[in-house]
Design a protein around this ligand. Structure first.
Ligand SMILES: [Zn+2]
Length: 262
């Protein structure tokens, strides 16, 4: 608990500085969590972490963007999809022609993987599965993944075992929650994650890892709450079939006017 609170306080203090350091064209981020609508704003609502030294920034200035996410994740398309390399610092991916995303999606994946490699030297790489096809649209075996804003990432396995597939019989006891949470935290704290889908049998392990990393109980609600009496739900949600991997849905990139959430 102790380590995160000073960090949060420092980040809160630094936020105007960090925002000021961003290119003038960059709009302020949307509040990352619906938690702010529940009452007291979360400290994360104003959190805009700078990339640690040596880590590529996940923010893509509008003038250097190529992609456009159009429509809803289950019904839209991707224009000028940006490819994720076959491998890079901290990650490898499937070679199945579904490795295209928005500029921001690709930058976020590379950012989280690079942070993983820095925090866990010698770690087995993060295994990235489906994102979208180059022009988006229907991807076999997936309902969404059509607009370059969805990515499947394998849960990490204990013992630093390198994952190669998503359909292995990984049980809840086999999951390396510290690394899996680390990647989720790196992504969520950018404010660009709309939802994460993971089987509910893994939520307790992830929540324990988040608590271990120092997050307070209110913020854990913003991450994990299944549903309260007002219908509020946290970012990380149950979805069947997500035992070996988790699915991250990113928000519409700022300025992609025809991009839709649902
Ligand atoms: Zn998926």
């Amino acid at each position: 608990m102790g380590i995160r609170l000073p960090l949060l306080a420092a980040l809160a203090l630094c936020t105007p500085l960090l925002a000021g350091a961003a290119p003038a064209e960059m709009p302020p981020p949307e509040a990352p969590f619906a938690a702010s609508s529940r009452g007291a704003p979360s400290p994360l609502d104003t959190m805009l972490p700078a990339a640690p030294e040596g880590i590529p920034d996940w923010r893509v200035p509008p003038e250097s963007r190529r992609s456009r996410s159009v429509g809803a994740p289950n019904d839209g398309r991707l224009e000028h999809g940006v490819p994720l390399p076959l491998e890079g610092p901290g990650f490898v991916r499937f070679d199945r022609d579904s490795h295209y995303g928005t500029d921001e999606t690709i930058a976020l994946i590379e950012y989280a993987a690079a942070r993983l490699a820095l925090a866990f030297p010698g770690t087995a790489p993060m295994l990235v599965g489906a994102i979208s096809r180059e022009e988006g649209g229907k991807l076999p075996h997936h309902r969404s993944h059509r607009t370059g804003r969805d990515v499947d990432i394998a849960f990490f396995e204990r013992g630093n075992v390198g994952r190669t597939l998503f359909n292995e019989a990984l049980t809840a006891d086999d999951v390396d929650y510290a690394k899996s949470w680390f990647v989720l935290e790196a992504l969520i704290t950018t404010g660009r994650v709309e939802y994460v889908f993971a089987d509910h049998s893994l939520h307790a392990g992830l929540m324990a890892a988040a608590r271990e990393a120092g997050w307070d109980e209110d913020t854990l609600d913003a991450f994990f709450l299944l549903e309260d009496e007002s219908g509020y739900r946290g970012i990380i949600r149950h979805a069947p079939g997500h035992l070996a991997h988790f699915h991250v849905r990113f928000r519409c990139p700022e300025g992609d006017a025809d991009c839709e959430s649902y």
